[in-house]
Design a protein around this ligand. Sequence first.
Ligand code: GLY
Length: 321
Amino acid sequence: MKRRGFIKQSTLLGLGAMAACTPLNGKENQNSKSIVLSTWNHGLSANVAAWNILQAKGSALDAVEAGVRITEANPAFTSVGLGGLPDRDGRVTLDACIMNEQGEAGSVAFLENIMHPISVARKVMEETPHVMLVGEGAEKFAYDQGFKKVDLLTKESEIAWKEWLKESEYKPIINVENHDTIGMIAIDDYGNLSGACTTSGLAFKQNGRVGDSPIIGAGLFVDNEIGAATATGLGEEVIKTVGSFLIVELMRQGANPQAACEEAANRIIKKHGKPKFQVGYLALSKKGEIGAVSIHPGFQYAITSSKSATLKDAKSMLSSD
Ligand code: GLY
């Protein structure tokens, strides 16, 4: 993205941040156990939708679905849903998954023309005996379920793609835009955990490429006895280390969520030295403890509880130089 575009987009994103960073409306039940965590700046507006459900005694599952739908529908966020940057052939292809407190899961990958892949993933979980549908099959299933066909390529994303085509340089970079995949994990007032993860994937990826976000255990994992974790950043590295599953399993063995996220990031760092790509993890334990880690500085996450709605810096495992 050109610097001017980046500044314009940062301003847009920043306005959302200011609005959602204001104190909660004061009507919160101070004894509420509910917590919602999500990746990046766009998590703030997503958390507002999730929080409204949690405060109305809704389920964590409904909360995470409603939360990430906000991001999917916002064309300003060019890494998720509508307005997502296309692949190198100019096609916007989406990946998403969802998990509930019973450990059930639904997922879609390489899905085109559907605004809310997370809701299609939920339909896969609830209406089919399967976990994952991809490509044309997933799209046809979505239409059968009543989803509408939408052109997801916005003018702005088409311009960015045509600009990229001039050099067609294909190389993942450390994220500088304070948005990427949205992963959201939440615990509700009944003590149940759920999670959702949705993305348009790596910008200008090879046609057919699928990242970590729809892969259960990579982009997202929920175990209602232990905790939940989600990932953002370069999906290939998250898949190879089964990052979210790893974090929850480390928590099962006694690690707190922060230590578990640090170990998962370190597994990647050990293989690459100082990698030129970013990966970030969020984790939430059954007790409501939080973990937030990235390889490089710059990964922020949104956290909403009965105390506040804020954007925080995750701990970075490497320094910025
Ligand atoms: N984490 C998103 C992707 O790599 O597609």
